[in-house]
Ligand binder design. Sequence first.
Ligand SMILES: Nc1ncnc2c1ncn2[C@@H]1O[C@H](COP(=O)(O)OP(=O)(O)OP(=O)(O)O)[C@@H](O)[C@H]1O
Length: 743
Amino acid sequence: MDEGGSRIRRRVSVRKRDRPSLACRFAVPAAAELTPGDEEEEEEEKMVAGNRRRKKTVEVQPVENNDSEEDMFGDYDSFAENSFLAQVDDLEQQYMQVPEHRKHASDLATEDLYSENIKHNKLSITTVGSFTELKTDEHIKNQCRHEDVSVEPEPDILYDVPSSQVLYFENLKSSSNDLGDQSTKERDWNASSHKTVNEELPQNSIEHHRQTDDSSSKVRSSSEENRRKSLKEHLKSAMTGNAKAHTPIFSRTKQLKETLLSEEINVAKKTIESSSNDLGPFYSLPSKVRDLYVQFKGIEKLYEWQHTCLTLNSVQERKNLIYSLPTSGGKTLVAEILMLQELLCRRRDVLMILPYVAIVQEKISGLSSFGIELGFFVEEYAGSKGKFPPIKRREKKSLYIATIEKGHSLVNSLIETGRIGSLGLVVVDELHMIGEGSRGAILEMTLAKILYTSKTTQIIGMSATLNNVEDLQEFLQAEYYTSQFRPVELKEYLKINDAIYEVDSKAENSMTFSRLLDCQYSDTLKKMDPDHLVALVTEVIPNYSCLVFCPTKKNCENVAEMICKFLSKEYLKHREKEKHEVIKNLKNISSGNLCPVLKRTIPFGVAYHHSGLTSDERKLLEEAYSTGVLCLFTCTSTLAAGVNLPARRVILRAPYVAKEFLKRNQYKQMIGRAGRAGIDSIGESILILQEKDKQQVLELISRPLENCYSHLVQEFTKGIQTLFLSLIGLKNSTPIHDKNSAN
Ligand SMILES: Nc1ncnc2c1ncn2[C@@H]1O[C@H](COP(=O)(O)OP(=O)(O)OP(=O)(O)O)[C@@H](O)[C@H]1O
């Protein structure tokens, strides 16, 4: 689901473009452009680019390597906002390099962030001031000064804070530094503005109370008498300070808002615990949550199905739930509301399992702003990120967002440390993945372990492509909800030769003739583009966006290049400067080593997108595509599931993923990228097929989705064997002789 925050708002949201219509949509290149000589020159250039060298053929050839596997399960990185994640990474690096002797700070991190915040941003100055006033022993004074100085914005305090939120506190720190010599009161406001909903004490009293704690602990080590004196003096000073303190108006407003939110949460907690049907302002959540959805995502009102689903008795009773709706149906919002209920009202941690690193990062970026506003941690468990067992948080609850593998390790660590009960809710997006190879086996193991070890953990699974739901229901002991709602209509087409057919389940053959493709191709173009891709994409770009799914990475690059060869020069003028900027940035991040294919295609607004790109390259290209600077991606299945990019038209270059014929759920996920709610008002897909594949394609579009079957046994070493070994390791098994003796 599309998410964003004030600072980190996703930029794939509504695109309103005002692009010139291009009279001549595609052009046959001048003969000279296609001479063999040119091809040789290009080949030379490609040779320079080393492994990025590509041949010119655009024919779909089944290949030896299944790069789709690589795409689907590779280390595909981020679709999240570029600059935000880059900063997060930098910060994480910075904090991870904290020397060993300063790691005491990790203990501090288990304390509430608010107190850390206060210590960092204010105490270093205010405490020194207090002690100077107190005229205590000079040595103690110096020591305090020294210690306070060392407490002044040191990075190690944030050692264990999730990186997503470290960034937030880093910004806070810099804003505090910017304040320079401004009054303590202003800094107080800074801290108070980030107070959590649980911290209802008046600002000044918290402030001085904590000063007292902090200073007294230092004095204790020197002299008990001094300590008493100091405490007494300090309290006196604190009270005088309180009395004198002039609270700025904006601080009071902020306080009022915080208090209101806190009260609303208290009411929400009571509502959720009671058997009442009154769900309060926003599904048992404070009205602030509703405001945040309007502010961050532009969601003003829930769809009817979302409301129905959230008010189901089974959901109110926290029964396990599976729900299934078409792609772009808005499934994520329901899961998010249930997660927020768990974090804020029931005060328990939540685990969200997503299929790819990219989607985890996208979600982290989107939900961090909610965490900051509502007072919970958002923790990333993907790639190299994640701590096992997770840090125990005293007050705030954690939302762990994890890939399938990291989710499994997280659950293991919670079982091992006897903390699995702290997990109130587990949400699995793309639940159909449970039937996919060794990754499916890991997901199944994770869920089985939760079911077995924690009776209080609710499990929610969602997907657009489920078939044998009863089996899954039985496994998860879950209720089921489904609807056919899709906010943006998606029209499915097939293209055979130059005829376009609409997929129509009521028609004989499941398709009806729609139109002939308007393509006046020269002989050269016919030869280079027998599938009329150029004609298909130029019906859409540059005014709208288009995704072309290709069976292989190599084919992606070839298709991108081929299309650009036949686009008219007019395309070069569209958002020319921004495209040059993209090229410049790409050069910068790849040390001047820009891929020659991208160098040629980006000026036309076209790029390829597959797992061969570095994560930084991908982020940059996605950003440019999301904002309409690029209007066409040729891509592999990497972009098939769960990604919310704009696409008026999705074209499937062939009914293959590598050399495997498309599965129905892969097909559904791919075409489902077209016409995303909030981005486009209509969507269409065109599957290009050859006569030889016609029969198989007709079956593909009319047969039911594939069933999910357990892979625990099929994937023996990564499945049942791993499960047994880990159950022994987690002491969740009983040796046979113990069992016999018990009998
Ligand atoms: N009530 C709503 N009003 C307006 N927009 C909504 C609403 N609910 C969700 N959306 C938007 O619809 C888009 C698609 O939603 P979401 O990503 O949740 O779909 P999905 O069902 O998870 O799709 P997929 O299965 O393809 O991942 C998002 O941009 C989201 O912000």
